[in-house]
Design a protein around this ligand. Structure first.
Ligand SMILES: *Cc1c(COP(=O)(O)O)cnc(C)c1O
Length: 355
């Protein structure tokens, strides 16, 4: 094959529920880098080889594009004219972009005041009908479910089964890149669609004999929004990681099955742990992701502190779900303010300690 990447549907068509009649609504998502950790891996354990699947370099800067190319392709095949979704931000950015690409209208319902600035900018820029609801994500999801059941609009939340199909391609890419399945795969868990997708992808490669093992799935929720960890719906989810601020995950059961079958773990990480991991990723590894994405590395650190990786030789992959520029306010808030200097060579040289 040539160098041109055709997008995840075309590349993995034989693994997806598409036919020649399915239009390919694509912005050439996928084929994201699997970046080997040079610095942070050492903190997990001597035998740990760590890779970050950097999903922030997708067309709308999160993994949601993998699901949305499938959701929109199937929606158009089925004749949809309008899409609708509830979103903590990234789903709406992807839905808006791919709906525009398909030549149809998108409607997005967002929890008012809880969507990071970059994501809101995207929904608006791509031309979505954007409605801020006086409620949280779970309220928005309830509304769009009812609307899509009663009116001719296509639901593109991860309740849409095609979303999960598209998202499983990230697991394929990891196996293709490594030439094997990792031993563990870590990722943040919100609505629990992505952990379900990865498990599906790893399992399918294993069933077809492309890989000879499947990883243990390591899911991490924010401590203020961790219903799967506690086993109870979280009525008032709160976390700085707005992408996983979800109290009643739509794919709860599927995620539980993935955790059980893979002999995996699901744990909560505090906002402080998430933000520390977030800074370490950008300042020490050179990878800028959004706060929710950093939950995967924060969780790995937590497991390491409990001795999980002691005397263990293993390959660990961790999904960094979205780009750091999605949430510029957080990045600036977390950093030192820029130093100031006069427009003067000597002054700047002196400041830098070079004089
Ligand atoms: C959607 C999203 C998540 C959570 O994924 P789920 O499938 O809802 O569990 C995590 N991080 C980012 C950046 C997201 O956009």
């Amino acid at each position: 094959m040539g160098l041109a990447w055709p997008g995840v549907i075309e590349h993995y068509a034989e693994f997806l529920p598409v036919s020649d009649a399915t239009p390919r609504i694509t912005l050439l998502e996928g084929n994201t880098p699997l970046i080997r950790s040079e610095y942070l891996a050492k903190r997990l354990g001597d035998g740990v080889e760590l890779y970050f699947k950097y999903e922030g370099v997708n067309p709308t800067c999160s993994f949601k594009d993998r699901g949305m190319t499938m959701a929109l392709s199937k929606a158009v095949e089925e004749g949809a004219q309008v899409t609708i979704c509830a979103s903590t931000g990234n789903t709406s950015a992807a839905a808006a972009a791919y709906s525009t690409r398909a030549g149809i209208q998108s409607v997005v319902l967002l929890p008012d005041g809880y969507v990071a600035l970059g994501k809101l900018a995207q929904a608006l820029a791509y031309g979505a009908r954007t409605i801020a609801i006086d409620g949280d994500f779970d309220d928005c999801l309830k509304l769009v479910r009812q609307i899509s059941e009663n009116y001719p609009v296509a639901l593109v939340n991860s309740l849409n089964p095609y979303r999960l199909q598209g998202q499983k391609t990230a697991a394929f890419e990891i196996c293709d890149w490594l030439g094997r399945a990792p031993d563990y795969h870590a990722l943040p868990v919100g609505n629990a669609g992505n952990i379900t997708s990865y498990w599906m992808g790893y399992s399918e490669y294993h069933e077809r004999g492309i890989t000879d093992s499947r990883p243990g799935m390591l899911g991490f929720q924010a401590a203020g929004a961790c219903p799967i960890v506690t086993g109870e719906v979280c009525e008032k989810p709160e976390t700085v990681a707005t992408a996983i601020r979800i109290g009643n995950p739509a794919r709860w059961q599927e995620a539980s099955a993935a955790l059980r079958e893979s002999e995996g773990r699901i744990e909560a990480v505090t906002d402080e742990e998430i933000l520390t991991a977030y800074r370490e990723l950008s300042e020490e590894e050179g990878i800028f992701c959004e706060p929710a994405s950093a939950a995967s590395y924060a969780g790995l650190k937590k497991l390491a502190a409990e001795g999980f990786f002691e005397n263990r030789e293993c390959i660990v992959t961790a999904t960094l779900t979205g780009h750091g520029l999605k949430d510029p306010d957080m990045a600036v808030e977390m950093a030192e303010v820029p130093e100031k200097a006069p427009n003067d060579l000597d002054a700047v040289v002196e400041m830098l300690g070079l004089a």
